[in-house]
Design a protein around this ligand. Structure first.
Ligand SMILES: Nc1ncnc2c1ncn2[C@@H]1O[C@H](COP(=O)(O)OP(=O)(O)O)[C@@H](O)[C@H]1O
Ligand SMILES: [Mg+2]
Length: 270
């Protein structure tokens, strides 16, 4: 527990606000204390990234976030030799830096990355907790303060983009969904500045639109979009226009579906 209290003493940065939907804060803290890697699953815009930055600040840990994409290779995480004024020097990648210094390394949308990334993560995510750097010949042992956190969106029905069981089974996992109504109203109001009474119908509409997921639309309205919508209303935009711009247009390009969604909206907002 010493590790935790000394880290807390170092926490002097402002903590990004986060309203929990369940026991995820306690789980994160325990995983960190026991040196277990963590996997966050859930749709886009439901608070995963905010949760990690909140917990990092709360625990007083440095946070390094990498947004994975289909070109991201293991060397982008571990590091590479670069030419500098005639010399070749080794430059640590963000994962190596985190392992050397301790702290949280957050790999967002891990399934997007190239396959060789999993090879690097495997020895780091079992009890060895090592990062072998073939190119430098080093075998870095992660310090107790190092924690690996990854996220992915299981909603995309793309088998090629599914996380392999052999990788999945190395992480303590938390499923993120959309918050219960009252909490989501509180989040959207706090993030946008719009009062809760005016946020409530927007959240109600989002919840109805989410029920259409998989029928007419691929993904439901995210909390992020709700925050955008409320921010537009707070800036003086008429509710209907804000709803169309922030909650309907981003969901679909199909004109018929759009008409149907606008009809749902008319039933909820004045
Ligand atoms: N539980 C929450 N507490 C506070 N803000 C939240 C919460 N969930 C979502 N948000 C808001 O939604 C936005 C998008 O969340 P984010 O963490 O970026 O989503 P994800 O990483 O899951 O795609 C945040 O910037 C924040 O404004
Ligand atoms: Mg994110």
């Amino acid at each position: 527990m010493n590790l935790l209290s000394s880290a807390r003493e170092r926490a002097h940065v402002e903590i990004p606000p986060y309203i929990p939907g369940g026991n995820e804060c306690a789980l994160f803290e325990m995983a960190w204390t026991r040196q277990l890697p963590l996997l966050l699953k859930g749709p886009t815009g439901c608070g995963k990234t905010r949760f990690v930055s909140h917990m990092a600040a709360r625990l007083g840990l440095p946070l390094s976030t990498v947004s994975c994409h289909d070109d991201l290779a293991a060397a982008d995480l571990t590091g590479r030799y670069l030419l500098k004024g005639g010399d070749t020097v080794w430059v640590d990648g963000p994962l190596t830096k985190s392992v050397r210094d301790g702290g949280i390394c957050y790999l967002d949308e891990i399934v997007e990355a190239r396959k060789d990334v999993a090879v690097v993560l495997h020895p780091l995510t079992d009890d060895r907790r090592i990062l072998p750097l073939e190119r430098t010949g080093e075998n870095l042992v992660a310090p107790p303060g190092f924690m690996l956190v990854v996220s992915y969106n299981p909603g995309y029905q793309n088998l090629l983009k599914a996380l392999k069981p052999s990788t999945k089974q190395r992480f303590v996992s938390i499923e993120f969904g959309f918050l219960p109504k009252a909490q989501e109203i509180a989040v959207v109001s706090a993030e946008s500045g719009l009062d809760e009474a005016r946020v409530a119908p927007l959240v109600e509409l989002a919840r109805r639109l989410r029920q259409l997921k998989d029928q007419d639309i691929e993904e439901g309205v995210s909390t992020r979009l709700l925050v955008y919508c409320a921010a537009l209303v707070d800036s003086g935009m008429p509710v209907r226009e804000a709803v169309k711009a922030a909650m309907i247009e981003p969901l679909t390009d199909d004109p018929d579906v759009k008409v149907a969604l606008l009809e749902v909206a008319s039933g909820v907002i004045a």
